[in-house]
Design a protein. Structure first.
Length: 647
C-alpha cells in the first residue's frame, strides 16, 4: 500500500550493521537456493565436539514428517554458552541481574557463571538426575533460573520451564505430561513489590500429580515456606556438598534440549520439543543479525524465561554469542512507569527487546515517564509477541528511541525456536506494523483456505515451505499431534496458525491467529483451555470463549457461559467464575467479559459457530453471515441484545 509510512535504513546503520540490503539479498538467495551449503557454513558458528557431515535432512510429507539438522554432529549446548567464552571473555559480565527492588542488582561474569552452572549440574546429578530425564523449572526471574536451564543442558537433562504465573493445576499438568521427577523452584518470587508463593504452589501441584520426587528450592525471599524433608532440598545447602567441576556431556545434535508447553486450538497445551544443534545455531545467528549484536553491547530482553522468548533471546542465543544479557525480575510499572528506562540508564543498555502490550501500557502512562530519563545508550529497539499497532510503533520509535534506533518487529513462535520474519536493522527499511522480510533460510508463503498459493500482493494463511534449523522437532510424546497440527492443513508446508498480508514490496503484515488461539498481552492461550476451566465449575453447563480487540492487551477474553438449569446469573457469580479461571489456569487467563447465554449458536450437528460469537464480541453485528443453518437461529438475537462491555 502506498500510504504506508516508510522509515529507510539510515546511513549510519548501513555502515555499522553486519549486513546491508545488497548483502541481505545475496545471503538470502544463497540460503534458499543451497540450504546445505549455507547452513553447513553457518553451522560452524558454534563449537562441535564431533563436527557434522550432514546438514539438512527434513521432510514435510505428512506420512513421514521428520526434521533433522546437523544430525551426525555432537556438541554440548551449555559448553557453547559458557565454557567456550572462558578464555577470551572470562571476566566479561554474562548476566546483569536487576531485581524487582531498584536497589537490587548483581553482575555475573562468565567465569562465575561457569562455576555456578557446574555446581548446579552436580547438584542435579547428586540427586539422581540423568541424561534424558525431564526437569521442571518453575522459577522467578533470578539468575538461578538460567543456571538451572544451563545445568540441565550440561548433563543432558531436558528442561521444561513453566511460567511462574501459572497455577498449581497448570504446573501439575505439565509435570505429569513429561513425567518429570525433579522440580526446581524458589521459596517465593517477587514482582512489582509483591511475593508469589512458588514453593507453596509447587506443593499443591505435587499433590495433584505423580512425579516430582525431589524439589530443589532456591532461597529468594527467605520467608518461611512449608517443607517436606524427605523430598525438598535447599539449593544453597546442596551446592556446598558438590564441586564446581562438571564436564559437559557429549550430546547428539538431535538430542532434546527442552520442552516448552504452549497453547493450541484444541486440547491441552502441547509440549513443544526443541533439540540441541540446530536450535543453538539458529538462535545465536538470529540474535547476532536481527539485533545486530556486537561484542560490547549490553542487551536486554524483558521477556520471562517461562516463554520461548526468554529461552532463545535471554539465555541461549545471547550466551552462545558471549553477550551480556540482562535478566529483570520486575515489571514495567513498578515502582512507576519509568522503570524500564531507569534500568536502561542504570546499566547503559544498547539493545532493548520488549512486547507491544508493554509499549501500549507505557504509552498510556504518558510521555513524561519516558522523557525524564536519558536513554542515550539505546541503539536498537525490538518487539515480539503480537502485532504492534502503528500508533504504538510510532511512539516507541519517536518518544522512546528519539528517532535514533531502528525497530525490529520480530515475528516468530514457540514452535519456530527463533525469529523467522523481521527487519535486519542495517538492511531493511521499516514500515510501522510490518515484520517485513524473512530471515535467511526462511521461506514464507500465503495460501487460501483451499491451500492454493497466493503469489505477489495478497492475504491468506501463513505457511512455511521448508524447514530451518530452529524448528521444533515434535510434540513431546505425541508425534501424531505434531503432524496433525502443523503439516496436515496445507500439505507440504508448515502451517503457522497465523493470517498474513503481503504488500507490493513483499513485506509481511501479520494479521493475527486464524485458529482458536488468542493472544492476550502477548500470552498465547487456547480458547479451549479457558472453556474447559469454565465448564469444570459446578454451575456451568456450557462455555464458548473468543478473543475481542482490547486497547491494552491486544486481545481480551470474552466468555459466553450457559448455566446449569436452575442457576441464576449475578455479579457475585461473575466474580466467582473469574477467580475460578485464574485459579485453574493462572491470572493471565482472567476473563475480561462474561456474558450469560441461555443458548449458544450451534449447527444442527451440534458444532458451535464461533464465527458468530467472535463477531458479537467484536461488536460487529453487520456481518453475522448466514444464521439460517443454526439449530435455533433465535439464540443469536438473544446474544446480540445482551452483549456485554463497551461499544
Ligand atoms: C504472535 C512468541 C505479530 C503470532 C515468540 C504467533 C506476532 C504467536 C509477533 C506466537 C509479531 C508473535 N507480530 N504477531 N512480531 N510475534 N506473534 O508461541 O500470532 O508465544 O503465532 O511465541 O504470537 O506466540 P508464542
Amino acid at each position: 500500500m502506498s500510504d504506508e509510512k516508510l522509515y529507510p535504513v539510515t546511513e549510519a546503520w548501513k555502515k555499522r550493521a553486519f549486513v546491508d540490503r545488497a548483502q541481505y539479498d545475496e545471503m538470502y538467495k544463497a540460503s534458499v537456493e543451497d540450504p546445505d551449503g549455507f547452513w553447513g557454513e553457518h553451522g560452524k558458528r558454534i563449537d562441535w565436539i564431533k563436527p557434522f557431515t550432514r546438514v539438512k535432512n527434513t521432510s514435510y510429507d505428512p506420512h513421514n514428517v521428520s526434521i533433522k539438522w546437523f544430525e551426525d554432529g555432537t556438541l554440548n549446548v551449555c559448553a557453547n554458552c559458557v565454557d567456550r567464552h572462558l578464555e577470551t571473555r572470562g571476566d566479561k559480565v554474562a548476566i546483569i541481574w536487576e531485581g524487582d527492588d531498584p536497589d537490587d542488582h548483581k553482575h555475573i561474569t562468565y567465569r562465575e557463571l561457569h562455576a555456578q552452572v557446574c555446581r548446579f549440574a552436580n547438584v542435579l546429578k547428586a540427586n539422581g538426575v540423568k541424561k534424558g530425564d525431564r526437569v521442571t523449572i518453575y522459577m522467578p526471574m533470578v539468575p538461578e533460573a538460567a543456571y538451572a536451564m544451563l545445568a540441565c543442558a550440561r548433563i543432558g537433562a531436558v528442561h521444561s520451564v513453566v511460567f511462574g504465573g501459572f497455577s498449581p493445576d497448570s504446573l501439575a499438568g505439565r509435570i505429569q505430561d513429561c513425567d518429570s521427577k525433579f522440580v526446581v523452584t524458589a521459596d517465593e518470587g517477587v514482582r512489582g513489590g509483591r511475593t508469589i508463593p512458588l514453593k507453596a504452589n509447587t506443593d499443591e501441584a505435587l499433590k495433584k500429580c505423580a512425579g516430582g520426587e525431589k524439589v530443589l528450592v532456591v532461597r529468594r525471599t527467605g520467608n518461611d515456606v512449608p517443607w517436606d524433608p524427605s523430598r525438598d532440598l535447599w539449593l544453597h545447602e546442596e551446592t556446598e556438598k558438590v564441586s564446581d567441576d562438571c564436564p559437559p556431556e557429549e550430546m547428539n545434535a538431535e538430542d532434546p534440549l527442552f520442552i516448552l508447553y504452549t497453547s493450541g486450538s484444541t486440547g491441552k497445551p502441547k509440549g513443544v520439543m526443541h533439540t540441541s544443534g540446530g536450535y543453538l545455531v539458529y538462535t545465536s545467528m538470529t540474535h547476532q543479525y536481527v539485533f545486530d549484536y556486537h561484542e560490547d553491547d549490553i542487551y536486554w530482553c524483558t521477556a520471562d524465561v517461562g516463554w520461548v522468548t526468554g529461552h532463545s533471546y535471554i539465555v541461549y542465543g545471547p550466551l552462545a554469542n558471549g553477550a551480556t544479557t540482562l535478566i529483570f525480575e520486575g515489571v514495567p510499572n513498578y515502582p512507576d512507569a519509568s522503570r524500564f528506562w531507569q534500568v536502561v540508564d542504570k546499566h547503559k543498555v544498547n539493545i532493548f527487546y520488549t512486547a507491544p502490550t508493554a509499549i501500549r501500557a507505557l504509552m498510556g502512562a504518558g510521555d513524561d515517564y519516558v522523557k525524564k530519563t536519558d536513554r542515550s545508550s539505546l541503539t536498537l529497539l525490538g518487539t515480539v509477541g503480537e502485532p504492534i499497532n502503528p500508533e504504538a510503533w510510532e511512539w516507541y520509535y519517536h518518544v522512546v528511541g528519539e528517532e535514533r534506533s531502528p525497530i525490529v518487529d520480530t515475528w516468530w513462535q514457540t514452535e519456530t525456536g527463533g525469529i523467522l520474519i523481521s527487519p535486519l536493522p542495517g538492511a531493511i527499511d521499516q514500515k510501522p506494523g510490518s515484520a517485513t522480510l524473512p530471515f535467511f533460510g526462511v521461506q514464507p508463503a500465503l495460501v487460501d483456505n483451499e491451500g492454493n498459493e497466493i503469489k505477489g500482493e495478497g492475504q491468506g494463511n501463513l505457511v512455511m515451505l521448508d524447514s530451518w534449523p530452529g524448528q521444533m522437532r515434535t510434540v513431546y510424546g505425541d508425534h501424531d499431534r505434531f503432524v496433525q497440527t502443523y503439516f496436515s492443513t496445507y500439505l507440504g508446508t508448515y502451517f503457522t496458525g497465523d493470517g498474513c498480508r503481503r504488500d507490493a514490496d513483499g513485506y509481511y503484515w501479520i494479521t493475527g491467529r486464524v485458529d482458536d488461539v488468542i493472544n492476550v498481552s502477548g500470552h498465547r492461550m487456547g480458547t479451549a483451555e479457558v472453556e474447559s476451566a469454565l465448564v469444570a465449575h459446578p454451575k456451568v453447563s456450557e462455555a464458548a470463549v473468543v478473543g475481542f480487540p482490547h486497547d491494552l492487551k491486544g486481545q481480551g477474553i470474552y466468555c459466553y457461559v450457559t448455566l446449569m438449569a436452575g442457576e441464576e446469573p449475578d455479579e457475585a457469580l461473575t466474580q466467582e467464575l473469574r477467580q475460578w479461571v485464574r485459579k485453574e489456569i493462572g491470572p493471565i487467563a482472567s476473563p475480561d467479559v462474561i456474558q450469560y447465554a441461555p443458548g449458544l449458536p450451534k449447527t444442527r450437528s451440534g458444532k458451535i459457530m464461533r464465527r458468530i460469537l467472535r463477531k458479537i464480541a467484536e461488536d460487529d453485528f453487520s456481518n453475522l453471515g448466514d444464521t439460517s443453518t443454526l439449530a435455533d437461529p433465535s439464540v443469536v438475537d438473544n446474544l446480540v441484545s445482551n452483549r456485554q462491555g463497551g461499544r
